[in-house]
Design a protein around this ligand. Structure first.
Ligand code: GCW
Length: 706
């Protein structure tokens, strides 16, 4: 669709008339072609490439090495400030002509500068006195694909894997290049190709040739390839009888494996490892620690420049509070990891919930570089269907203050190395990308891929600003669209928390699929897989007591944070039931309602808020193409009904446990408990998403009655 820019068109045409030929490296050529294509599309005219500046309106791109013009501009200090991957984009003059220069110290910096310029233009900002300059705050900004070698994707909701292993390495699909372009445009510089529940086959020679072909396709875009390494590989494919990290044959096997990889892929990024977690083998199988395992692997990679991202997502059925286990296992290992190891920690101590507090590990590992793992694919937030913009969730995590050293030791400042001086810094997002035409299963899920990249580059950028620029680039700059859709996106995460897991509830989703409501489930073999384990609702109250009178997991936080979460008078409502068990009739000081009434209110308000989202989407009809308008509207309709399903199922269940009834002023749940329980049971195992069979048409009646 054409972007209309009536106000700026003349300004842009004068300032950005043609591109001066860039150097010949594949990255500079990619940068040039992005500019020619992007400017052409925006300005609605063919953009020529000239050998030299010949008139006003030149766009010059390059490094001091690749371009004599860039060199002559004496950008010295400005360039020093932006390091290896940053850029400087400036209005200037060259040879007496007005020009815009896109300069950097490296070719990939130039590419990033070109995308920054295009973003600026797509948001219809002025180019008069243009001056943009930025450098990333985190070194490794990575997408983790949970893609299996058979083409399926664990927790993937956008079709099959993009990687067509059977046609690689011979066939390089345009999709690979477009994927790399999209990532480069938001600053992502690494990709883990395969699932952390890893198949060791990917480490065999024939697969490595396929991996090398993908690395070649991504290289011009500044994207390094990484692999999830199966810790048991020396046994599974190496013919050894052990995978003990201290065994010399095992060490040799990994060193040889690393040499083979680097022969094929000289800029290979490194390994991501899930070990001793959810059935995966690991060093504990041999009485060794996570540090033993990670250090052995990094010693195989380090001489080649590779890193190891060792995941801290561990828990077992040992009768202790699940959310406290990773801290207990990793905290004693602080300082024991070799250089080049990053311990990768999920944002929360549980598992990518609609809301949970930040993981206490972020405040507890001064001598171990920690990387942050966010989930972009919405495993617990309505998958492809529900419109949930994750920017506010990411921002909440990044701004959380760990008090690791003092006030202001936010998660952002911990992971970017400011607080503890980490020498390796990393952030990863579990990808939501697949073979679907729209890449991410829904149009709005693209915003989550986008905001992950933008916040990985700059953890201080606001979710609101990112939503605004994403909408302008994706749909239109018309304020009649931008304003209501920004509001809809910004409220969407809290809305989902309200209709799924309000006031600090967590993990009450259906077994395996994690899609619909199932707070009653109590029959799974491992205690901490059951929703009842997490909400602990009984006749007296609801919530998990993690204070000193309960599991005391709250003590894993710095004193200031611990005290805030442990006290009824200071804990934010949003985390209340995550840390405290509260009587059904206890009053919340914020609203004056009892916990029971507050639950009813939040669940109901969440449902009606989806209705408001639907209405506001209906109000923007005509501002965008009919296809995307309808796709989004259809999903919002589904979401509205499913929010109602969530509300009714949870309230009917908690009403039974608490022996309370729905207060007046609120709709009665549509069905009895047995109905919702049967729904889950009847879901055939080949259907990944159980749907509530209520008719999904028209509006459900309001949950809060007038
Ligand atoms: O939450 C769980 C997911 C698993 C996932 C695991 C992990 C890749 O349900 O599908 O496995 O987290 O992060 O390792």
């Amino acid at each position: 669709m054409k972007v209309s820019l009536p106000d700026r068109l003349a300004e842009y045409q004068a300032a950005l008339g043609y591109v001066v030929k860039a150097g010949s490296s594949s990255t500079l050529q990619a940068a040039q072609s992005e500019l020619v294509k992007g400017l052409g599309g925006l300005l609605g005219q063919t953009v020529s490439v000239s050998d030299q500046p010949k008139a006003d309106g030149a766009v010059v791109l390059g490094t001091p090495d690749s371009s004599t013009i860039v060199k002559s501009l004496s950008l010295g200090n400005a360039l020093t400030a932006v390091g290896n991957e940053g850029y400087v984009v400036q209005a200037t003059t060259t040879g007496g002509y007005q020009a815009i220069v896109v300069a950097a110290n490296t070719d990939v910096g130039v590419l990033r500068g070109c995308f920054a310029l295009l973003r600026h233009l797509q948001c219809h900002r002025t180019v008069q006195s243009l001056s943009l300059s930025e450098a990333p705050k985190i070194q490794h900004r990575i997408l983790d694909h949970w893609d299996n070698l058979d083409g399926s994707i664990e927790r993937g909701y956008a079709g099959k894997s993009l990687w067509n292993w059977s046609s690689l390495p011979a066939t390089i699909s345009q999709r690979y290049t477009d994927y790399a372009r999209a990532n480069a445009s938001i600053g992502i510089n690494g990709v883990v190709l395969n699932n952390v529940n890893a198949d060791s086959q990917i480490l065999t020679s024939s697969y490595l040739d396929k991996v090398a072909a993908l690395a070649t396709a991504f290289r011009p875009y500044g994207i390094a390839v990484y692999l999830s390494a199966q810790f048991g590989a020396p046994k599974q494919i190496g013919g050894l009888s052990t995978a003990d990290p201290l065994d010399s044959a095992v060490k040799l096997w990994w060193a040889t494996e690393a040499n083979t990889i680097y022969q094929k892929i000289p800029d290979f990024g490194g390994f991501l490892v899930k070990a001793d977690s959810e059935g995966q083998p690991g060093p504990a199988d041999y009485g060794r620690t996570h540090a033993d395992g990670a250090n052995m692997l990094v010693s195989a990679l380090a001489s080649h420049g590779g890193i190891v991202m060792w995941r801290a997502f561990v828990y077992k059925d040992d009768g202790t509070d699940r959310i406290g286990q990773a801290y207990k296992e990793f905290k004693p290992l602080d300082g024991k990891f070799s250089s080049g190891v990053v311990v990768q920690v999920k944002n929360g101590p549980l598992d990518f919930q609609p809301r949970e507090p930040f993981s206490p590990l972020f405040g507890a590992m001064p001598s171990t570089p920690l990387g942050l793992e966010l989930q972009i694919t919405k495993e617990y937030l309505g998958e492809d269907t529900h419109l949930v913009y994750l920017g506010p969730l990411y921002e909440e995590v990044l701004k959380s203050d760990t008090y690791a050293k003092s006030q202001g030791s936010t998660v952002a400042r911990v992971i970017d190395g400011t607080v503890h001086g980490y020498t390796t810094t990393a952030i990863a997002g579990v990808a939501n990308v697949g073979s679907d035409t729209n890449w991410t299963g829904s149009h709005f899920n693209q915003a989550n891929w986008y905001v992950f990249g933008r916040m990985a580059w700059n953890p201080d950028i606001s979710a609101q600003d990112v939503a605004d620029e994403w909408i302008r680039q994706t749909f239109t700059n018309d304020p009649a669209f931008v304003t209501p859709v920004t509001t809809m996106m910004m409220g969407s995460r809290q809305t989902t928390v309200n209709y799924m897991t309000p006031i600090g509830l967590a993990h009450i989703m259906g077994t395996d699929d994690h899609y619909g409501p199932a707070p009653w489930v109590n029959n799974l073999s491992q205690a901490d897989w059951n929703p009842v384990y997490f909400h602990k609702a009984d006749a007296t109250g609801i919530g998990f007591d993690r204070t000193a009178t309960g599991s005391n997991s709250v003590s894993q936080y710095a004193a200031t944070v611990r005290d805030k979460f442990a006290s009824r008078s200071t804990i934010p409502d949003d985390f209340l039931l995550f840390f405290q068990h509260v009587g059904w009739d206890d009053k919340l000081s914020s609203s004056g309602r009892s916990i029971w009434n507050e639950l009813v209110y939040r669940y109901s308000y969440g449902v009606d808020s989806v209705g408001t989202m639907r209405d506001s989407w209906t109000g923007v009809q005509g501002y965008i193409d009919a296809k995307r308008f309808k796709d989004v509207g259809d999903f919002l309709q589904t979401q509205h009904y499913e929010a109602r399903w969530w509300r009714d199922a949870c309230l009917v269940y908690f009403a039974g446990v608490s022996k309370h009834t729905i207060p007046s002023g609120y709709a009665t749940p549509a069905h009895d408990l047995a109905y919702y329980q049967n729904l889950m049971d009847k879901c055939p195992s080949d259907v990944t998403k159980p749907r509530c069979p209520d008719v999904y048409s028209g509006n459900p009646s309001p949950a809060i009655l007038q």
